[in-house]
Design a protein around this ligand. Structure first.
Ligand SMILES: Cc1ncc(COP(=O)(O)O)c(C=O)c1O
Length: 447
């Protein structure tokens, strides 16, 4: 018997005629209107290119799992299935496994949050929580305030529900309170409804910036004054490189903050376990929304996380991750210092995964990307992190996945590409657009 399934058809046994492909327009005509805002993110398209081994990818935000204790985890999972398989492989409640919800409260206590497990709902990653919160609150045309730039996956969810995003500027201390006041005044003057402020206060994706402590209470006050809910997205909060975690916004205001957490960056992103902590009234709607989407979050994965938290030194593991990412951050910052041409600026993150780089006037990071990929380095152009066309002079560089040596080499290649690009700008005033190279280096937008 063949290992490879059925034998290929011989000339004597012609394969059956292929059915004519159905015209794409026939489907398109039936799509719901809300799907028009749903387009592939630049990051998703990039994965195909960046995964080629010769390319140093400073693009994706994949956590580095090499330091996880895989053997003891494997033994734990085997034990879990043999002892509690009847529960672990069964449906559960939409609310999540009770023991895990209690443990999540202990995790959040590290950031000063006091919460009751009843108000925690487990989700398939915080991405699902983002989708649910948007589904509950936003009608088409409603406004969500978000930092500019903002997390691309959140922008995708907002677009899917036809919400409008108004970006609020950040500086090196995070979201600017005055810019927030101005945005609220402008949107209100236009007669539009603001549904919530979406913010990533710690080690921002993609900005690499952390909201300064004095600003935290000011931002909360402004939102409370205007009756605007705050959605605090905090997957990187425990991955700071210096000292204690910052107090969560939710620790300062339990009534007006919906908090999103995740085990993706501190344990294992593939398990897809995150959570939402919401004021009691909202939590009821969240449970109903989750039921309609998935019935319940995956029981086995929740129990794996729960066992991991109770049997492993998870805080020690987070320290290992912090050390690893700190070393990579240092490698990136020193390489940027060494190689980047004059006129470039970048953020200096105290935690998380990302550096936000601004290049000199005239260079378009999206147009440059295919040329960078031919030089075997990938990044994400800044435009993907805005809904309003900004970001063409910016790019996100991630230091979480490649080794320090690869990071240094990647930054060196990027600096060379950038230097050549700046030379073209100086010579021609603009960079001549080249057609996208062939399959060796497809444009990330088309890959
Ligand atoms: C700011 C932010 N929010 C949410 C997510 C989604 O995380 P999860 O894996 O928990 O769905 C990410 C993932 O990169 C992120 O960076």
């Amino acid at each position: 018997m063949s290992d490879h399934g059925s034998q290929p058809a011989t000339p004597e046994q012609p394969s059956p005629p292929e059915k004519p492909a159905r015209n794409l327009d026939a489907y398109r005509a039936h799509y719901a209107e809300r799907t028009t805002g749903m387009t592939a993110s630049e990051i998703r398209a990039l994965f195909a290119v960046a995964s080629r081994p010769e390319v140093v990818s400073l693009a994706g935000g994949m956590p580095n799992l090499a330091a996880l204790p895989l053997d003891s985890l494997a033994a734990e999972v085997a034990r879990l299935i043999s002892v509690d398989g009847q529960i672990a492989l069964q449906y559960g409640s939409a609310h999540g496994v009770p023991e895990l919800r209690e443990q999540i409260c202990e995790v959040m206590a590290l950031e000063g949050i006091t919460a009751h497990p009843d108000d925690v709902m487990v989700t398939a990653g915080s991405q699902m929580a983002l989708d649910m919160v948007t589904r509950i609150f936003c009608d088409p045309g409603d406004v969500i305030l978000a930092e500019g730039p903002s997390y691309v996956g959140a922008l995708g969810s907002f677009a899917a529900y036809q919400a409008e995003v108004v970006h609020v500027a950040m500086d090196e201390d995070g979201l600017q309170p005055d810019a927030l006041r101005q945005a609220i005044a402008d949107v209100t003057a236009q007669g539009k409804r603001i549904k919530f402020l979406y913010t990533i206060p710690n080690f921002h994706n993609p900005g690499g910036i952390t909201l300064a402590l004095p600003r935290r209470s000011e931002i909360l006050e402004i939102c409370a004054q205007h009756g605007i809910l705050v959605v605090e997205d905090n997957p990187y909060g425990l991955l700071g490189f210096d000292g204690q975690p910052h107090p969560a916004l939710r620790s300062m205001d339990a009534d007006n903050v919906v908090y999103l957490g995740s085990f993706s960056k501190t344990f294992a992103s593939g398990l897809r376990v995150g959570w939402v902590l919401a004021p009691h009234a909202i939590r009821e709607k969240l449970v109903l929304t989750a039921e309609s989407a998935t019935l319940c979050p995956p029981t086995l994965n929740q129990m794996i996380v729960s066992r991991y938290l109770s049997t492993h030194d998870w805080q020690g593991q987070i320290k290992i991750f912090q050390e690893q990412y700190r070393e990579r951050r240092d490698a990136m910052l020193s390489a940027l210092e060494q190689y980047m041409p004059a006129g470039c600026t970048w953020t200096r993150p105290d935690g998380g995964f990302f550096v936000w780089l601004t290049v000199p006037e005239g260079v378009d990071t999206k147009a440059m990307l295919p040329r960078a990929v031919t030089q075997r380095v990938a990044y994400v152009s800044g435009t993907g992190f805005y809904r309003d066309g900004f970001g063409s002079r910016q790019m996100r560089l991630s230091f979480c996945y490649p080794t320090p040596e690869r990071i240094r080499e990647g930054v060196r290649r990027l600096a060379n590409t950038l230097t050549e690009e700046m030379e073209l700008v100086r010579t021609f005033g603009t960079v001549p657009q080249r057609s996208v190279p062939g399959p060796q280096a497809p444009s990330p937008d088309t890959a």
